[in-house]
Design a binder for this molecule. Structure first.
Ligand code: F0G
Length: 352
């Protein structure tokens, strides 16, 4: 390989990688931790954004998927299967084809952002759209995988969370310390659980002196954990986290409680506002990702933030995943004119 080797090599000693594990890689991980100057000034804290959309398939899912697919390959499996709101399926499809395996994905019909579907199509996955939501798709996957001889690569597969710990490692490695707090979207609740595992592992190994407070944010219309009851018909325009029965529910609650953090919800309007503020930092994240920044702003408004701390918000997926939301939220701002220099000059009010 050239340059960054990918996660199985870079964090080998922290992962269940042995001599028989194929060193599968799309050179995932090593994502930027970007200082957010405007948010930092507004909130009087040092705010960093972890740009997980810079992963090869455009979301954090690659961190866990590379390990889950490598271990499935090692176990002699030929096909992986998952339910997904779009990112897991894009990642599963990519790593499966890379490993010369098949991918079967179950998605909620009509509720997967266009970019994610486009990826799965191109990577050659078998795509089954169910007339139902993510939670129903996951229930089906749990039941059919074993009889069909397929490996489940949803986050109920323990290798997924093990691999996703690497994001916490990278943040600590980049800062030279743990942040004071981590802000993260919560959907199926795997990622917040994985980060907590990662921070705890680093603290246990004395790589960092303390663990951050973990603040997770569900969408208001899908806030099962906050409301302490499953939601049969979850709703939010942030389709990635349109989930009513999170699989890692207990682990996420433990992460919040044990760290001194919390799980709360943010409204779709708050998500949309944060989505715009992220763009003003020069970054483009998908709507679900903006739930982390929306949560930070909510705590600021509620007077719950201290000052002068180092805070990290995880931007879980690339904005290009969901172009329809971007255009819909901004309105049609394009000014269409004739292909004529004078027209453009008078429109812009300046001499060329
Ligand atoms: N952000 C994005 C962009 C996601 O795609 C997801 C989950 C989350 C946040 C929430 O993470 O589930 O670990 O709490 N997407 C899954 C999928 C459900 O199928 O792609 P979580």
């Amino acid at each position: 390989h050239v340059g960054w080797p990918g996660l199985l090599s870079a964090y080998r000693e922290w992962l269940p990688v042995d001599d028989n594990t194929p060193l599968l890689s799309l050179h995932e991980g090593n994502t930027p931790l970007v200082y957010a100057a405007k948010l930092s000034e507004l909130l009087e804290n040092d705010v960093y954004l972890k740009l997980e959309g810079a992963n090869p398939t455009g979301s954090f899912k690659d961190r866990g998927m590379v390990l889950a697919v490598a271990k499935a390959k090692q176990a002699g499996k030929q096909t992986v299967i998952c339910a997904s709101t779009g990112n897991t399926s894009a990642s599963a499809a990519a790593f499966a084809v890379r490993a010369n395996m098949q991918a079967v994905i179950l998605i909620p019909h009509g509720y997967v952002a266009l970019g994610k579907l486009a990826q799965a199509v191109q990577y050659g996955a078998r795509i089954v759209a169910i007339r139902g939501n993510f939670d129903e798709a996951l229930e089906i996957v749990r039941d059919v995988a074993e009889p069909l001889g397929m490996e489940v690569v949803n986050s109920i597969n323990p290798y997924r969370l093990m691999g996703q710990q690497t994001a916490a490692f990278e943040i600590c490695d980049a800062l030279g310390t743990a942040p004071h707090a981590l802000y993260i979207p919560v959907g199926n609740a795997g990622n917040i659980s994985a980060y907590w595992m990662g921070f705890e592992a680093y603290a246990k190994a004395n790589k960092v002196a303390y663990t951050p407070k973990m603040f997770g944010f569900e969408a208001e219309g899908a806030a099962a954990i906050v409301r302490n009851q499953p939601i049969d018909h979850p709703e939010t325009f942030a389709t990635a986290i349109r989930i009513g029965k999170p699989a890692s529910w207990d682990k996420a609650v433990n992460a919040a409680n044990a760290s001194g953090g919390a799980i709360d919800f943010v409204t779709d309007d708050e998500i949309a506002e944060a989505y715009r503020l992220i763009a003003r930092e020069g970054l483009f994240a998908e709507p679900a990702s903006a739930a982390s920044v929306a949560g930070l702003l909510k705590r600021h408004r509620g007077g719950q933030l201290e000052k002068g701390q180092t805070l990290v918000c995880v931007l879980t997926g690339n904005g290009l995943k969901d172009p329809d939301s971007a255009i819909r939220l901004a309105g049609d701002v394009t000014e269409v004119v004739d292909s004529d220099k004078q027209t453009v000059v008078s429109l812009l009010g300046k001499r060329v």
